[in-house]
Design a protein around this ligand. Structure first.
Ligand SMILES: NC(=O)c1ccc[n+]([C@@H]2O[C@H](COP(=O)([O-])OP(=O)(O)OC[C@H]3O[C@@H](n4cnc5c(N)ncnc54)[C@H](O)[C@@H]3O)[C@@H](O)[C@H]2O)c1
Length: 383
Protein backbone atom coordinates (compact mmCIF):
# COMPACT_ATOMS: atom_id res chain seq x y z
CA UNK A 1 0.00 0.00 0.00
CA UNK A 2 1.33 3.43 -0.97
CA UNK A 3 0.60 6.85 0.50
CA UNK A 4 -2.57 7.13 -1.64
CA UNK A 5 -3.71 3.76 -0.31
CA UNK A 6 -3.35 5.11 3.21
CA UNK A 7 -5.84 7.85 2.35
CA UNK A 8 -8.33 5.16 1.32
CA UNK A 9 -7.56 2.98 4.34
CA UNK A 10 -8.14 5.93 6.69
CA UNK A 11 -11.50 6.51 4.99
CA UNK A 12 -12.45 2.85 5.42
CA UNK A 13 -11.41 2.79 9.07
CA UNK A 14 -13.20 6.05 9.85
CA UNK A 15 -16.40 4.78 8.19
CA UNK A 16 -16.44 1.94 10.74
CA UNK A 17 -15.84 4.15 13.79
CA UNK A 18 -19.29 5.76 14.10
CA UNK A 19 -19.05 6.64 17.80
CA UNK A 20 -15.72 8.43 17.42
CA UNK A 21 -17.03 10.16 14.27
CA UNK A 22 -19.97 11.57 16.27
CA UNK A 23 -17.58 12.82 18.93
CA UNK A 24 -15.24 14.28 16.28
CA UNK A 25 -18.13 16.22 14.72
CA UNK A 26 -18.97 17.76 18.09
CA UNK A 27 -15.28 18.48 18.80
CA UNK A 28 -14.96 20.38 15.50
CA UNK A 29 -17.89 22.62 16.54
CA UNK A 30 -16.97 23.09 20.22
CA UNK A 31 -13.13 23.05 19.93
CA UNK A 32 -12.52 21.78 23.51
CA UNK A 33 -8.75 21.54 22.93
CA UNK A 34 -8.20 25.00 21.41
CA UNK A 35 -4.75 26.25 22.38
CA UNK A 36 -3.73 22.96 24.05
CA UNK A 37 -0.89 20.58 23.17
CA UNK A 38 -1.66 16.88 23.54
CA UNK A 39 1.25 14.41 23.66
CA UNK A 40 0.06 11.07 22.35
CA UNK A 41 2.00 7.85 22.87
CA UNK A 42 0.11 4.99 21.29
CA UNK A 43 0.46 2.33 18.59
CA UNK A 44 0.56 4.48 15.47
CA UNK A 45 -1.80 2.78 12.99
CA UNK A 46 -4.93 3.89 11.11
CA UNK A 47 -7.39 3.58 14.02
CA UNK A 48 -5.20 5.83 16.17
CA UNK A 49 -4.91 8.06 13.10
CA UNK A 50 -8.68 8.61 13.29
CA UNK A 51 -8.41 9.47 17.00
CA UNK A 52 -5.52 11.88 16.39
CA UNK A 53 -7.52 13.60 13.61
CA UNK A 54 -10.49 13.99 16.01
CA UNK A 55 -8.25 15.68 18.61
CA UNK A 56 -6.70 17.97 16.00
CA UNK A 57 -10.22 18.80 14.69
CA UNK A 58 -11.08 19.75 18.29
CA UNK A 59 -8.36 22.41 18.23
CA UNK A 60 -5.40 20.49 19.68
CA UNK A 61 -1.81 20.59 18.59
CA UNK A 62 -0.88 16.91 18.71
CA UNK A 63 2.65 15.54 19.04
CA UNK A 64 2.75 11.76 18.79
CA UNK A 65 4.93 8.67 18.80
CA UNK A 66 4.31 4.94 18.63
CA UNK A 67 5.33 1.89 20.62
CA UNK A 68 8.20 -0.47 19.91
CA UNK A 69 7.90 -2.36 16.63
CA UNK A 70 4.24 -1.54 15.93
CA UNK A 71 4.37 1.81 14.10
CA UNK A 72 2.80 1.96 10.64
CA UNK A 73 5.40 4.03 8.77
CA UNK A 74 2.95 4.95 5.98
CA UNK A 75 0.58 6.40 8.54
CA UNK A 76 3.45 8.44 9.97
CA UNK A 77 3.93 9.99 6.51
CA UNK A 78 0.16 10.54 6.18
CA UNK A 79 -0.08 12.30 9.57
CA UNK A 80 3.01 14.42 8.89
CA UNK A 81 1.42 15.53 5.61
CA UNK A 82 -1.52 16.77 7.69
CA UNK A 83 0.95 18.86 9.71
CA UNK A 84 0.90 16.56 12.76
CA UNK A 85 4.27 16.04 14.44
CA UNK A 86 5.01 12.31 14.73
CA UNK A 87 8.36 11.07 16.05
CA UNK A 88 9.99 7.76 15.20
CA UNK A 89 9.40 4.74 12.99
CA UNK A 90 8.70 1.00 13.21
CA UNK A 91 12.42 0.17 13.22
CA UNK A 92 13.27 2.29 16.30
CA UNK A 93 15.40 0.62 18.95
CA UNK A 94 15.05 1.14 22.71
CA UNK A 95 17.49 4.09 22.75
CA UNK A 96 15.66 5.95 19.97
CA UNK A 97 12.31 5.29 21.66
CA UNK A 98 13.63 6.65 24.98
CA UNK A 99 14.96 9.75 23.25
CA UNK A 100 11.65 10.30 21.41
CA UNK A 101 9.78 10.01 24.71
CA UNK A 102 11.97 12.76 26.14
CA UNK A 103 11.24 14.87 23.03
CA UNK A 104 7.52 14.40 23.58
CA UNK A 105 7.75 15.49 27.22
CA UNK A 106 9.94 18.47 26.22
CA UNK A 107 6.95 19.77 24.22
CA UNK A 108 5.38 20.65 27.60
CA UNK A 109 2.04 18.99 26.83
CA UNK A 110 -1.15 20.27 28.47
CA UNK A 111 -2.65 16.80 28.14
CA UNK A 112 -1.04 13.38 27.87
CA UNK A 113 -2.35 10.20 26.30
CA UNK A 114 -0.01 7.49 27.58
CA UNK A 115 0.34 3.82 26.82
CA UNK A 116 2.50 2.10 29.41
CA UNK A 117 2.87 5.10 31.82
CA UNK A 118 6.41 5.86 30.61
CA UNK A 119 5.58 9.45 29.69
CA UNK A 120 3.74 9.98 32.99
CA UNK A 121 6.84 8.66 34.78
CA UNK A 122 9.01 11.27 33.03
CA UNK A 123 6.54 14.03 33.94
CA UNK A 124 6.50 13.18 37.65
CA UNK A 125 8.75 15.67 39.43
CA UNK A 126 8.57 18.14 36.55
CA UNK A 127 7.95 21.71 37.72
CA UNK A 128 5.05 22.17 35.33
CA UNK A 129 2.42 19.43 35.46
CA UNK A 130 -0.02 18.81 32.64
CA UNK A 131 -3.75 19.32 33.26
CA UNK A 132 -4.04 15.57 33.27
CA UNK A 133 -3.37 12.31 31.49
CA UNK A 134 -5.06 9.17 30.30
CA UNK A 135 -3.46 5.73 30.50
CA UNK A 136 -4.50 3.09 27.99
CA UNK A 137 -3.09 -0.19 29.30
CA UNK A 138 -3.01 -2.75 32.08
CA UNK A 139 0.78 -2.45 32.16
CA UNK A 140 0.58 1.32 32.68
CA UNK A 141 -2.00 0.81 35.45
CA UNK A 142 0.39 -1.63 37.18
CA UNK A 143 3.14 1.05 37.16
CA UNK A 144 0.73 3.75 38.40
CA UNK A 145 -0.27 1.55 41.34
CA UNK A 146 3.27 0.28 41.91
CA UNK A 147 6.35 2.47 41.56
CA UNK A 148 4.30 5.64 40.89
CA UNK A 149 1.79 5.16 43.73
CA UNK A 150 1.11 8.51 45.47
CA UNK A 151 3.66 10.33 43.32
CA UNK A 152 1.64 11.63 40.34
CA UNK A 153 0.56 15.24 41.03
CA UNK A 154 -2.08 15.40 38.26
CA UNK A 155 -5.17 13.33 37.39
CA UNK A 156 -4.69 10.16 35.37
CA UNK A 157 -7.85 8.57 33.98
CA UNK A 158 -7.11 4.87 33.49
CA UNK A 159 -8.98 3.80 30.36
CA UNK A 160 -8.00 0.20 31.00
CA UNK A 161 -10.06 0.17 34.21
CA UNK A 162 -13.25 0.87 32.32
CA UNK A 163 -15.41 -2.26 32.41
CA UNK A 164 -16.28 -1.47 28.79
CA UNK A 165 -12.68 -1.69 27.64
CA UNK A 166 -12.01 -4.84 29.64
CA UNK A 167 -15.00 -6.69 28.22
CA UNK A 168 -15.02 -5.41 24.66
CA UNK A 169 -11.37 -4.74 23.89
CA UNK A 170 -9.17 -6.81 26.19
CA UNK A 171 -11.36 -9.89 26.02
CA UNK A 172 -12.96 -9.99 22.58
CA UNK A 173 -10.70 -7.65 20.62
CA UNK A 174 -7.40 -9.05 21.86
CA UNK A 175 -8.69 -12.63 21.88
CA UNK A 176 -9.71 -12.48 18.25
CA UNK A 177 -6.72 -10.53 16.94
CA UNK A 178 -4.07 -12.53 18.84
CA UNK A 179 -5.36 -15.85 17.52
CA UNK A 180 -5.69 -14.39 13.99
CA UNK A 181 -2.11 -13.04 14.11
CA UNK A 182 -0.63 -16.31 15.36
CA UNK A 183 -2.38 -18.14 12.53
CA UNK A 184 -1.31 -15.57 9.99
CA UNK A 185 2.36 -15.65 11.12
CA UNK A 186 2.57 -19.45 11.30
CA UNK A 187 -0.10 -20.57 8.80
CA UNK A 188 -0.65 -23.54 11.16
CA UNK A 189 -3.84 -25.40 11.90
CA UNK A 190 -4.69 -25.02 15.59
CA UNK A 191 -6.89 -28.10 15.87
CA UNK A 192 -5.73 -30.44 18.63
CA UNK A 193 -2.66 -28.32 19.30
CA UNK A 194 -2.00 -27.84 23.01
CA UNK A 195 -2.21 -24.07 23.42
CA UNK A 196 -0.92 -22.90 26.80
CA UNK A 197 -2.30 -19.48 27.78
CA UNK A 198 -0.54 -17.60 30.57
CA UNK A 199 -2.91 -15.40 32.55
CA UNK A 200 -6.69 -15.72 32.76
CA UNK A 201 -7.26 -11.99 33.05
CA UNK A 202 -9.26 -10.09 30.45
CA UNK A 203 -6.88 -10.74 27.55
CA UNK A 204 -6.18 -14.34 28.56
CA UNK A 205 -9.92 -15.12 28.76
CA UNK A 206 -10.36 -13.87 25.20
CA UNK A 207 -7.27 -15.66 23.85
CA UNK A 208 -8.47 -18.90 25.44
CA UNK A 209 -11.98 -18.45 24.04
CA UNK A 210 -10.88 -17.66 20.48
CA UNK A 211 -8.14 -20.32 20.60
CA UNK A 212 -10.72 -22.93 21.57
CA UNK A 213 -13.05 -21.70 18.84
CA UNK A 214 -10.17 -22.23 16.37
CA UNK A 215 -9.90 -25.85 17.52
CA UNK A 216 -6.96 -25.70 19.95
CA UNK A 217 -6.83 -27.70 23.20
CA UNK A 218 -6.45 -24.77 25.57
CA UNK A 219 -4.64 -25.05 28.90
CA UNK A 220 -4.50 -22.10 31.30
CA UNK A 221 -1.70 -21.17 33.72
CA UNK A 222 -2.93 -18.65 36.29
CA UNK A 223 -1.52 -18.00 39.80
CA UNK A 224 -4.68 -16.28 41.08
CA UNK A 225 -6.84 -19.03 42.58
CA UNK A 226 -10.17 -17.33 41.81
CA UNK A 227 -9.30 -16.75 38.15
CA UNK A 228 -7.94 -20.31 37.94
CA UNK A 229 -11.32 -21.47 39.26
CA UNK A 230 -13.07 -19.38 36.63
CA UNK A 231 -10.89 -20.99 33.93
CA UNK A 232 -11.75 -24.50 35.13
CA UNK A 233 -15.45 -23.73 35.31
CA UNK A 234 -15.25 -22.21 31.82
CA UNK A 235 -14.07 -25.63 30.67
CA UNK A 236 -10.28 -25.25 30.36
CA UNK A 237 -7.59 -27.44 31.88
CA UNK A 238 -5.60 -25.49 34.46
CA UNK A 239 -1.98 -26.45 34.82
CA UNK A 240 1.52 -25.26 35.77
CA UNK A 241 4.60 -24.34 33.75
CA UNK A 242 6.35 -27.25 35.41
CA UNK A 243 3.92 -29.65 33.73
CA UNK A 244 3.32 -27.80 30.48
CA UNK A 245 6.86 -26.85 29.41
CA UNK A 246 7.43 -30.24 27.82
CA UNK A 247 3.82 -30.77 26.67
CA UNK A 248 2.64 -27.54 25.02
CA UNK A 249 2.69 -26.89 21.26
CA UNK A 250 1.89 -23.18 21.42
CA UNK A 251 2.58 -20.83 24.36
CA UNK A 252 0.90 -17.42 24.60
CA UNK A 253 1.59 -14.92 27.39
CA UNK A 254 -0.90 -12.22 28.46
CA UNK A 255 0.01 -11.26 32.01
CA UNK A 256 1.61 -7.79 32.17
CA UNK A 257 4.58 -9.33 34.02
CA UNK A 258 8.20 -9.92 32.98
CA UNK A 259 9.86 -13.31 32.39
CA UNK A 260 6.70 -15.36 32.72
CA UNK A 261 8.46 -17.84 30.41
CA UNK A 262 12.09 -18.21 31.52
CA UNK A 263 15.06 -19.54 29.56
CA UNK A 264 14.96 -22.73 31.67
CA UNK A 265 11.30 -23.23 30.68
CA UNK A 266 12.17 -22.76 27.00
CA UNK A 267 15.03 -25.26 27.17
CA UNK A 268 12.53 -27.89 28.33
CA UNK A 269 10.07 -27.28 25.49
CA UNK A 270 9.35 -29.67 22.61
CA UNK A 271 11.19 -29.16 19.32
CA UNK A 272 9.07 -26.83 17.13
CA UNK A 273 7.15 -25.38 20.09
CA UNK A 274 5.85 -21.93 19.09
CA UNK A 275 5.86 -18.94 21.47
CA UNK A 276 3.96 -15.66 21.22
CA UNK A 277 3.31 -12.75 23.55
CA UNK A 278 0.16 -10.63 23.79
CA UNK A 279 1.24 -8.59 26.83
CA UNK A 280 2.21 -4.96 26.44
CA UNK A 281 5.96 -5.24 26.99
CA UNK A 282 8.26 -7.55 25.05
CA UNK A 283 9.69 -9.13 28.21
CA UNK A 284 6.99 -11.68 29.14
CA UNK A 285 9.01 -14.25 27.21
CA UNK A 286 12.66 -13.79 28.27
CA UNK A 287 13.96 -13.27 24.73
CA UNK A 288 16.97 -11.27 25.98
CA UNK A 289 18.04 -14.25 28.12
CA UNK A 290 17.25 -16.64 25.27
CA UNK A 291 19.62 -14.81 22.92
CA UNK A 292 22.48 -15.43 25.38
CA UNK A 293 22.14 -19.21 25.32
CA UNK A 294 20.54 -20.14 21.98
CA UNK A 295 21.47 -19.46 18.37
CA UNK A 296 18.82 -17.53 16.41
CA UNK A 297 17.99 -18.12 12.77
CA UNK A 298 15.38 -16.67 10.48
CA UNK A 299 12.39 -18.94 9.78
CA UNK A 300 10.67 -16.54 7.38
CA UNK A 301 8.74 -13.40 8.15
CA UNK A 302 8.09 -12.86 11.85
CA UNK A 303 9.42 -16.21 13.11
CA UNK A 304 12.83 -16.70 14.72
CA UNK A 305 14.14 -20.16 15.53
CA UNK A 306 16.28 -20.50 18.65
CA UNK A 307 18.58 -23.53 18.70
CA UNK A 308 19.89 -24.71 22.08
CA UNK A 309 23.27 -26.43 22.48
CA UNK A 310 21.37 -29.36 24.03
CA UNK A 311 19.69 -30.02 20.65
CA UNK A 312 16.28 -28.50 21.44
CA UNK A 313 14.81 -25.69 19.37
CA UNK A 314 11.80 -23.40 19.59
CA UNK A 315 10.19 -20.79 17.33
CA UNK A 316 9.36 -17.32 18.67
CA UNK A 317 6.89 -15.08 16.83
CA UNK A 318 7.83 -11.40 16.40
CA UNK A 319 10.66 -11.70 18.96
CA UNK A 320 8.11 -11.68 21.78
CA UNK A 321 6.61 -8.32 20.87
CA UNK A 322 2.84 -7.84 21.04
CA UNK A 323 1.83 -10.41 18.47
CA UNK A 324 -1.43 -8.84 17.32
CA UNK A 325 0.34 -5.64 16.33
CA UNK A 326 3.91 -6.72 15.56
CA UNK A 327 3.25 -9.52 13.08
CA UNK A 328 3.59 -8.32 9.49
CA UNK A 329 0.18 -7.37 8.14
CA UNK A 330 -1.51 -7.52 11.56
CA UNK A 331 -3.98 -4.75 12.04
CA UNK A 332 -4.48 -5.07 15.82
CA UNK A 333 -7.94 -5.12 17.36
CA UNK A 334 -11.02 -4.79 15.15
CA UNK A 335 -11.97 -1.30 14.07
CA UNK A 336 -15.31 -1.31 15.93
CA UNK A 337 -13.57 -2.40 19.12
CA UNK A 338 -11.15 0.47 18.97
CA UNK A 339 -14.05 2.80 18.15
CA UNK A 340 -15.16 2.11 21.71
CA UNK A 341 -11.69 2.38 23.31
CA UNK A 342 -10.78 5.58 21.47
CA UNK A 343 -14.17 7.15 22.17
CA UNK A 344 -13.40 6.66 25.87
CA UNK A 345 -9.97 8.24 25.25
CA UNK A 346 -11.41 11.24 23.39
CA UNK A 347 -14.09 11.95 26.01
CA UNK A 348 -11.65 11.54 28.93
CA UNK A 349 -9.19 13.97 27.33
CA UNK A 350 -12.08 16.40 26.80
CA UNK A 351 -13.06 16.09 30.50
CA UNK A 352 -9.46 16.85 31.53
CA UNK A 353 -9.33 19.81 29.13
CA UNK A 354 -12.56 21.54 30.07
CA UNK A 355 -13.26 20.40 33.61
CA UNK A 356 -10.07 19.11 35.28
CA UNK A 357 -11.41 20.10 38.74
CA UNK A 358 -13.95 17.26 38.48
CA UNK A 359 -11.04 14.82 38.60
CA UNK A 360 -8.85 14.12 41.64
CA UNK A 361 -5.06 13.86 41.63
CA UNK A 362 -3.54 10.47 40.78
CA UNK A 363 -4.93 7.42 38.99
CA UNK A 364 -8.69 6.94 38.85
CA UNK A 365 -11.26 5.14 36.71
CA UNK A 366 -13.03 6.59 33.68
CA UNK A 367 -15.90 8.82 34.96
CA UNK A 368 -19.14 6.79 35.13
CA UNK A 369 -21.09 9.19 32.88
CA UNK A 370 -18.50 8.69 30.10
CA UNK A 371 -18.68 4.89 30.43
CA UNK A 372 -22.47 5.12 30.30
CA UNK A 373 -22.56 7.37 27.21
CA UNK A 374 -20.12 5.17 25.25
CA UNK A 375 -21.83 1.91 26.29
CA UNK A 376 -25.21 3.22 25.14
CA UNK A 377 -23.73 4.40 21.85
CA UNK A 378 -22.15 0.98 21.18
CA UNK A 379 -25.32 -0.93 22.06
CA UNK A 380 -27.20 1.33 19.65
CA UNK A 381 -24.65 0.56 16.91
CA UNK A 382 -24.54 -3.22 17.43
CA UNK A 383 -28.12 -4.18 18.38
N1 LIG B 1 -2.11 -7.14 22.74
C1 LIG B 1 -3.00 -6.18 22.95
O1 LIG B 1 -3.59 -5.61 22.03
C2 LIG B 1 -3.32 -5.80 24.37
C3 LIG B 1 -4.51 -5.11 24.67
C4 LIG B 1 -4.83 -4.84 26.01
C5 LIG B 1 -3.93 -5.20 27.01
N2 LIG B 1 -2.75 -5.82 26.67
C6 LIG B 1 -1.75 -6.22 27.65
O2 LIG B 1 -1.97 -7.59 28.01
C7 LIG B 1 -1.48 -7.82 29.35
C8 LIG B 1 -2.60 -8.45 30.19
O3 LIG B 1 -3.70 -7.56 30.27
P1 LIG B 1 -5.08 -7.97 31.00
O4 LIG B 1 -6.02 -6.84 30.79
O5 LIG B 1 -5.46 -9.34 30.61
O6 LIG B 1 -4.59 -7.98 32.54
P2 LIG B 1 -5.29 -8.69 33.79
O7 LIG B 1 -4.71 -8.04 34.99
O8 LIG B 1 -6.77 -8.73 33.62
O9 LIG B 1 -4.76 -10.19 33.69
C9 LIG B 1 -3.42 -10.58 33.84
C10 LIG B 1 -3.45 -11.97 34.48
O10 LIG B 1 -2.14 -12.53 34.45
C11 LIG B 1 -1.99 -13.28 35.63
N3 LIG B 1 -0.56 -13.52 35.88
C12 LIG B 1 0.34 -12.73 36.51
N4 LIG B 1 1.55 -13.31 36.53
C13 LIG B 1 1.40 -14.51 35.89
C14 LIG B 1 2.29 -15.57 35.59
N5 LIG B 1 3.59 -15.52 35.96
N6 LIG B 1 1.83 -16.65 34.93
C15 LIG B 1 0.53 -16.73 34.55
N7 LIG B 1 -0.35 -15.73 34.82
C16 LIG B 1 0.08 -14.64 35.47
C17 LIG B 1 -2.66 -12.43 36.69
O11 LIG B 1 -2.99 -13.18 37.86
C18 LIG B 1 -3.90 -11.96 35.94
O12 LIG B 1 -5.00 -12.83 36.10
C19 LIG B 1 -1.00 -6.45 29.83
O13 LIG B 1 0.37 -6.32 29.57
C20 LIG B 1 -1.77 -5.48 28.96
O14 LIG B 1 -1.15 -4.22 28.86
C21 LIG B 1 -2.45 -6.14 25.38
Amino acid sequence: MGEQGMDGRMGFVSDHMPILRTIARRFSEERPFAGLTIAVRIHVEPKTGVLIRALVGGGARVVAMGNKGTTDDLLVVYLRNLGIEVFGSRADDDMTIASNLRRLVAERPDLVLDNGAEMIELLVGDQQSPLGATEETTSGAITLRGSLRGRVPFPVLVINDSPLKAIVENKHGVGQSVVESIRSATNLLLHRRRMVVFGYGWCGRGIAQYGRAAGADVVVIEPDSIKALEAVIDGYAVSTMEEEASRGDLFVTATGHAHVISVDDMERMKVNAVLANAGHFDNEIDVVGLRKVAVPSDRGTDITRYQFASGGSIDVIAEGRMVNLAVTGSRGNSIEIMDLGFSLQALCLERLAIDPARCSVGDQPVPADIDDWVARAMVAELR
